[in-house]
Design a protein around this ligand. Structure first.
Ligand code: NCD
Length: 320
């Protein structure tokens, strides 16, 4: 049975069993247990309207490892430059036979809009300041592998939470699986309304790190900082950077994560980012397995539930 149904738009709407089932499937993908041609004849279209290295390339690798064809839509060269709407672009790719649209967009809610207009599956690869569900899944998988569990761990997510879709998806994912999430950063960069069951908000880094098993540093999102939220990057570094000294406040054996790309010397120091407590590259490796699991679930398990094939070509009648 399909875990996801039609789309993967976010982690907020998923239940713990769905998240666990995807992580189990990703473990199987990592062990090479999914049939290598499970997606033969299927088309995965990457539509990235914002820059990406890890997410785009790992979706591409994941699709190819399962035998799918991949097309990469380039907004710089596509007809969006001529005013074509996002929905028209999506419908065009669907009409060419795309079975999955992997969409990254600067507008929160863009994948939800597209999903209302297409029959094929939509995967949110990051929408504005909202969600980045496959990133959270790879974070969960990485932590589950490192600690053997997620429930009962204390996960400190530090930095520019306001602008971070990674933080939102991670907070929802980790708390749904029973971890205690602490969101920490300067008051203007941590919305108080994100607090909820299993999620607390604090503004002092020392407090957030106390007893933490996992410390996730977030990228300072300079491109989304329109409103002078912090006095300076130097000031930010002094108060919130994850440094070797600060890490001593966490539990012995605490591990460090970062979604990348990193601003070394701003939110994290190079010694921490590349030190022996860093999970950063393991996160990247797990990104491929998680995306294989998502594509596999959407494309091999829901055929009977939905017609994901493109519409028949129009038959032109009458005078041409
Ligand atoms: C993140 C993103 O684009 O949301 N990167 C990623 O996908 N690994 C994080 C970020 O840009 O800060």
């Amino acid at each position: 049975m399909s875990v996801l149904g039609g789309h993967l738009l976010g982690l907020e709407p998923l239940g713990p069993w769905q998240i666990q089932a995807l992580l189990d499937l990703a473990e199987r993908a990592a062990r090479g247990e999914l049939e290598p041609d499970a997606l033969r004849g299927r088309v995965v279209a990457n539509l990235f309207f914002e820059p990406s290295t890890r997410t785009r390339l790992s979706f591409e690798l994941a699709a190819r490892r399962l035998g799918a064809e991949v097309v990469n839509f380039d907004p710089e060269r596509g007809s969006v430059q001529k005013g074509e709407s996002l929905v028209d672009t999506a419908l065009t790719l669907q009409a060419m036979g795309a079975d999955v649209l992997v969409l990254r967009h600067s507008s929160s809610g863009a994948p939800h809009l597209v999903a209302r207009h297409v029959q094929c599956s939509v995967v949110n690869a990051g929408d504005g300041m909202h969600e980045h569900p496959t990133q959270a899944l790879l974070d969960l998988l990485t932590v589950r592998q490192a600690f053997g569990r997620v429930a009962g761990l204390r996960v400190a997510i530090v930095g520019d939470v306001l602008h971070s879709r990674v933080a939102r998806s991670a907070a929802w994912g980790f708390s749904k699986l029973g971890a205690e999430v602490v969101l920490c950063g300067p008051p203007p960069l941590v919305p108080a309304d994100l607090a909820g069951p299993g999620i607390v908000v604090c503004h002092r880094l020392d407090e957030a790190l106390e007893g933490a098993d996992v410390v996730m540093a977030l990228r300072m999102q300079r491109e989304r900082q329109l409103g002078g939220f912090i006095p300076s990057l130097g000031e930010y570094h002094r108060l919130y950077a994850v440094t070797p000294e600060r890490l001593r406040l966490a539990r012995p054996g605490a591990l460090v994560m970062h979604p990348g790309p990193m601003n070394l010397g701003v939110e994290v120091t190079p010694e921490v980012a590349y030190g022996d407590r860093s999970l950063v590259l393991r996160q990247v490796t797990n990104g491929v397995a998680v995306r294989m699991a998502v594509l596999y679930d959407l494309l091999t398990r829901r055929q009977a539930e939905l017609d994901v094939r493109p519409v028949e070509p129009m038959v032109l009648v009458g005078r041409l």
